[in-house]
Design a protein around this ligand. Structure first.
Ligand SMILES: Nc1ncnc2c1ncn2[C@@H]1O[C@H](COP(=O)(O)OP(=O)(O)OP(=O)(O)O)[C@@H](O)[C@H]1O
Length: 269
């Protein structure tokens, strides 16, 4: 079995290029331009890069929400095309996506118990007794009280809602999580608690994370390795501490220079 949770080779995604309503050729956007990247088992790989560099397009392809134009992906040793042809259940049991805005990602009209019930029913096809046990385990794993299951999303703070969204992502026992700006919408004081929870879950459950963020300080603190994306390409990848201390690519240098908390003067302080 490969040591890689994800293996990406020569991945390209082009949007547009077809004919528009008036028969004119629409312009093409190459959102991802030939990426090759590995996420090792048990690793957190940070993905940084400015808005529009292709981070979310990459993430959406990995979880099956977008089709690649060309290239190959192995997710938990399974070819992407095989997962895609088996439908969303195959993706959902292998890789899960955690979104930036936790409250918006939870259905406001359902209790947390009902929200957690969905993946357990549809992805795992567990009976009701097993679902009830699993829901309690999940709520406990994200360190929320058991009565959470009877309550509604609006009753929770952003940090609590993100814990619930993480519990939902873990429901079907996928071992790979794509975390797309998972703490960006949270207060700074809450961010650290959620990051600590993510690290504990990763170590306890042997998860692998692809962690997308604009915040270089957060990425440096949580990642084993970091990949820097620029205009749809990975321009630099390396161990987090090394990459931030000794960036090789001009774009990485300018990204670090524009992030006040990571500038050289702060590091020296
Ligand atoms: N569905 C789409 N149709 C057309 N173009 C798209 C689509 N999705 C993304 N793009 C374009 O692809 C490029 C990469 O976008 P993407 O959202 O992946 O970047 P990003 O790095 O995630 O940015 P952000 O940090 O703002 O989310 C951008 O130029 C964007 O406009």
């Amino acid at each position: 079995m490969s040591q890689n949770a994800i293996q990406i080779r020569d991945l390209i995604k082009t949007f547009g290029g077809g004919r528009n309503l008036f028969g004119r050729q629409a312009s093409e956007v190459q959102a991802v331009r030939g990426i090759s990247l590995d996420l090792k088992r048990g690793e957190t790989l940070g993905i940084v890069g400015e808005s529009g560099s292709g981070k979310s397009t990459l993430a959406r392809m990995l979880v099956g929400l977008e089709h690649p134009t060309s290239g190959t992906m192995l997710i938990d040793n399974k070819p992407w095309a095989e997962l895609a042809s088996s439908g969303s259940r195959a993706f959902g049991r292998t890789i899960q996506y955690v979104f930036q805005d936790p409250v918006a990602s939870l259905n406001p009209r359902k209790t947390i118990g009902d929200i957690l019930d969905v993946p357990l029913r549809l992805l795992c096809t567990y009976d009701s007794t097993r679902r009830a046990i699993r829901k309690r385990e999940l709520i406990d794993a994200v360190k929320m009280p058991l009565d959470t299951l009877e309550r509604y999303p609006h009753e929770f703070s952003g940090g609590q809602a993100q814990r619930i969204a993480i519990a939902r992502a873990l429901a079907a026992e996928a071992s790979i999580l794509v975390l797309d700006e998972p703490v960006s919408a949270l207060d700074v004081s809450v961010q650290a608690q959620v990051l600590l929870l993510l690290q504990q879950l990763r170590d306890d459950l042997g998860l692998s994370y692809l962690f997308i963020s604009h915040d270089l300080a957060i990425v440096e603190s949580i990642s084993d390795r970091v990949a820097v994306m620029y205009l749809g390409e990975v321009v630099e990848v390396g161990p987090a501490a090394q990459l931030f201390a000794n960036p090789q690519h001009d774009y990485t240098r300018s990204l670090i220079a524009s992030a006040p908390r990571l500038s050289a003067t702060d590091r020296a302080a």
